[in-house]
Ligand binder design. Structure first.
Ligand code: HEM
Length: 407
């Protein structure tokens, strides 16, 4: 069983750290100053426990591919960045928080569903959803909140169709996942949201077992429950992970990409004139924005030397993907958005065995969304100054609550 270390607070700065007031697109200043000093720094979490924060690209990749660092939230010293995350210990866990061999076994059952080839077959359907949503945006006329009308419905509709979750329940599951991903939620609120979402998915899986359809939930039941590979709780844990990861990430990435490009009008213009740059631009936007902004958690299973530092067994580690993606040792002038540069080595989708399973789907949705927005609304503008847009400061996945635009 996990024991949560309770070392006294010290000079190690509090983490996660706030961004600079008025600069919602820039990483927290603390990240840059820690990165300049050393590849690893001690930080203090909300409950007074300490963790290592990894801020440089080379060390981030090294740690993420090293099996001596566990992604299992039951591992000694696993760093929880908020009270709401602790409830993960009380519930059946999904493979994102497991290690090999169990992680490998469970991930493998889903890889064919998210392969590049499989996602390419979904692309016409994704493009169709994009066009339909933008038809409604155009018909509504400016000003329009793009989060409500486009960036959130797009990935929600796609993941619902893929999994076999009824889209009409979107307000319910979006509300629950917003509570789960909010680091400001208290444990009771997170517990309640988790139970309600799991209860909902259990009922849905029950219905699919009785009346299978052509969707991923039905396939998990017929292919993996039937032969004892997965039980009902495992299927619900997988469904929860895919439903939440499948819509929150891409929704915020799409909205943030539009804002980032609006903040850099010459980059918007370049993409409008040369749409063939869009796939590369998506990679650069993933790097520049790094919306999983509070760090990927791991726990050291043994003492490990990283440069001059020894990370002791049982110590928690947070790998800041945002800091790694803004490391000048890996990317020239990293604060600059340059849609024409090669940013392929970014770690916005993580690195190593847990690297994002849904990345081909996320890329397809982002490319389709940006292509269509630039083509249909070439003169799009934010309807408010960026400083007045509410940003998701306390959320595990950074982004915006609304995106008012005009054209
Ligand atoms: C822009 C969009 C996305 C970003 C930035 C993103 C980012 C990430 C990151 C950083 C990880 C690694 C976490 C870790 O190492 O602990 C991850 C894992 C994962 N993501 Fe994504 N993701 C995105 C979209 C998606 C989508 C659309 C899906 C599903 C449909 C998805 C499903 C998953 C799953 C299942 C894992 C766990 C993989 C494993 O542990 O083996 N993600 N994602």
């Amino acid at each position: 069983m996990t024991t949560i270390p309770t070392s006294p607070a010290s000079s190690a700065p509090a983490y996660p750290a706030p961004r600079r007031a008025g600069c919602p697109m820039d990483p927290a200043p603390l990240i840059g100053s820690l990165q300049a000093e050393a590849p690893l720094a001690r930080v203090t979490l909300w409950n007074g426990t300490r963790a290592w924060l990894v801020t440089r690209h080379a060390e981030a990749r090294r740690i993420l591919r090293d099996p001596r660092f566990s992604a299992d939230l039951r591992a000694e010293g696993f760093p929880f960045v908020s009270p709401s995350q602790l409830i993960g210990l009380e519930r059946p866990i999904s493979f994102i928080r497991m290690d090999a061999p169990e992680h490998t076994r469970r991930r493998r059952m889903l890889t064919s569903e998210f392969m590049i080839k499989r996602v390419a077959q979904l692309r016409p359907e994704i493009d169709e959803v994009v066009e339909q949503l933008l038809d409604d945006v155009a018909a509504a006329g400016p000003p329009v909140d793009l989060v409500k009308t486009f960036t959130l419905p797009l990935p929600s509709l796609v993941i619902c169709r893929l999994l076999g979750v009824p889209y009409q329940d979107h307000e319910f599951f979006q509300r629950c996942s917003a509570v789960l991903l909010n680091q400001a939620s208290d444990a009771d609120a997170a517990r309640d949201a988790s139970d309600r979402l799991r209860g909902y998915l259990h009922e849905l899986v029950e219905r699919k077992a009785a009346h299978p359809e052509d969707d991923l939930l039905s396939r998990m039941i017929s292919e993996h429950e039937a032969n004892g590979d997965l039980n009902r709780d495992d299927i619900v844990a997988n469904a929860l992970l895919l439903l939440v990861a499948g819509h929150e990430t891409t929704a915020n990435m799409t909205a943030m990409s539009i804002i980032d490009l609006q903040q850099h009008p010459e980059q918007w213009a370049a993409l409008r004139e040369r749409p063939e740059l869009i796939p590369g631009a998506v990679e650069e936007l993933l790097r520049h924005l790094s919306i999983l902004h509070t760090g990927v958690p791991r726990a050291a299973l043994e003492d490990v030397e990283v440069g001059d530092t020894t990370i002791r067994a049982g110590e928690g580690v947070l790998i800041s993907l945002q800091a790694a993606n803004h490391d000048a040792r890996a990317f020239d002038d990293p604060g600059r958005l340059d849609v024409a540069r090669s940013s392929r080595s970014h770690v916005a989708f993580g690195f190593g065995v847990h690297q994002c399973l849904g990345q081909p789907l996320a890329r397809a949705e982002l490319q389709s969304a940006l292509t269509a927005v630039l083509r249909r609304f070439p003169n799009l503008k934010l309807a408010k100054p960026v400083e007045e847009i509410p940003f998701r400061e306390t959320m595990t996945i950074y982004g915006v609550y609304e995106l008012p635009v005009t054209w």
